[in-house]
Ligand binder design. Structure first.
Ligand code: NAD
Ligand code: UD1
Length: 349
């Protein structure tokens, strides 16, 4: 059975991916410092997976802790979720983002080199496309970043391409060469179908779906719609919302891709994970109202600084290279978000 190290495995996308990995027959080990998550999330994952998942509580910047983890286990691949992700906070406290996201990645890559594990799935983001010049977004589109958070993703992608180049220069043997999939997620939403695990943001959420569900459950009074004058069909922002279990299955597909020894080594591929369809804020509100049976009070305000009008993926590279396409629709995203939120009104607390 292949064994996967999952950094940041206690977080929103990590927990769902651990369940998908277990279902696909992979063994996982988690390293997380719980700076943005709770141990309860992993207890529920173990219950869903039907087996205990070993957890190392440590900061990835701690080289000694990484060395211990890599000496206790032999990993076939690593999925690297750990990082800070609040765009607004990254603008206010950029050094915190550069320190956490970049330094932890360098330490992790060093440990992987040292222990001869050179198969990596990295959490990138559609934020690396900046303000899209044309849609849908293909992986070759120009890259730019509008926040320190986005710049950490761009810089890490560059680092990963450098590793694959170095492997090629050194003529590393196939088993020792870097093989990397940097997955550019569009907008992950929803929760596991069981309602046991889901997104549990600290404080007032920034993102649309957690905000919508907290209004529906009565924790927040109304939703603010940021702008109704965009050049989109109904004037509100358009995004490519993607069910988190589809995203989780995308990671399983990427791990299989990295472990496929018939592929020419080495490589560092950037791959979009999205559905390919754009949904407006108004469409999302309507779908959420019908899934929850609650009406959502709404107030329209100014555009949120830094937001783009529309952003959606061309997901054909993921279909071609990973054999993956999103299967779950907007209704399922809303129903599953609502099941999680209504059964766990205070999240994991
Ligand atoms: P999350 O905050 O829920 O999970 C991240 C996990 O990493 C948390 O459990 C946190 O405690 C842990 N962590 C952070 N810094 C760490 C460190 N130095 N050492 C050890 N653990 C650390 O976030 P998520 O939504 O699950 O996102 C996972 C990854 O996907 C992140 O890298 C994020 O930037 C990226 N991403 C997320 C989205 C999204 O909308 N959620 C979109 C695009 C990309
Ligand atoms: C945000 C991040 C982006 C990250 C992405 C992944 C910002 C500026 N960008 O993108 O870097 O990769 O999440 O999930 O934070 N909206 C409202 N009211 C709200 C919240 C959102 O109208 O209370 C609107 C937004 O204007 C946007 C849409 O809903 O049109 C989606 O917003 P959000 O969920 O925050 O995601 P993004 O802005 O796409």
């Amino acid at each position: 059975m292949s064994k996967i190290l999952v950094t940041g495995g206690a977080g929103y996308i990590g927990t769902h991916t651990l369940v998908a990995l277990a279902e696909a027959g992979f063994e996982s080990v988690v390293i997380d410092d719980f700076s943005n998550s709770k141990p309860e999330a992993l207890r529920r994952v173990s219950a869903l997976a039907g087996r205990e998942i070993p957890v190392m509580r440590a900061d990835l910047r701690d080289a000694e802790a990484l060395r211990r983890t890599f000496s206790e286990h032999t990993f076939d691949a690593v999925i690297h979720f750990a990082g800070l992700k609040a765009v607004g906070e990254s603008v206010r406290i950029p050094l915190r983002y550069y320190d956490n996201n970049l330094v932890s990645t360098v330490r992790l890559l060093e440990a992987m080199e040292e222990h001869g594990c050179r198969r990596l799935v990295f959490s990138s983001s559609a934020t690396v496309y900046g303000d899209p010049a044309s849609l849908p977004l293909r992986e070759e589109a120009p890259l730019s970043a509008t926040s320190p958070y986005g710049r950490t993703k761009l810089m890490i992608e560059e680092m990963l391409r450098d590793l694959a180049r170095a492997s090629a220069l050194k003529n590393d043997p196939p088993e020792g060469a870097w093989r990397i999939d940097a997955l550019r997620y569009f907008n992950p939403v929803g929760a596991h179908e069981s309602g046991q695990i889901g997104e549990d943001p600290n404080g007032v959420p920034n993102n649309l779906f957690p905000y919508l569900s907290q209004v529906a459950v009565g924790r927040l009074p109304e939703l603010t719609v940021y702008g109704s004058d965009y050049p989109t069909p109904d004037g509100t922002g358009v995004r490519d919302y993607l069910h988190v279990m589809d995203l989780a299955e995308g990671h399983v597909a990427a791990v299989r891709h990295l472990l496929d020894e018939s592929l020419p080594a080495p490589f560092a591929e950037a791959i979009n994970l999205g559905t390919g369809s754009g949904i407006s804020v108004v469409q999302a509100i309507r779908a959420f109202e019908s899934a929850s049976g609650k009406s959502i009070p709404v107030r329209v305000s100014e555009r949120r600084p830094g937001d783009v009008a529309a952003c959606y993926a061309d997901p054909s590279k993921a279909a071609r290279m990973l054999g993956w396409t999103a299967r779950r629709n907007l209704a399922a995203m809303c129903e599953d978000t609502w099941r999680w939120q209504s059964r766990n009104p205070s999240g994991y607390a």
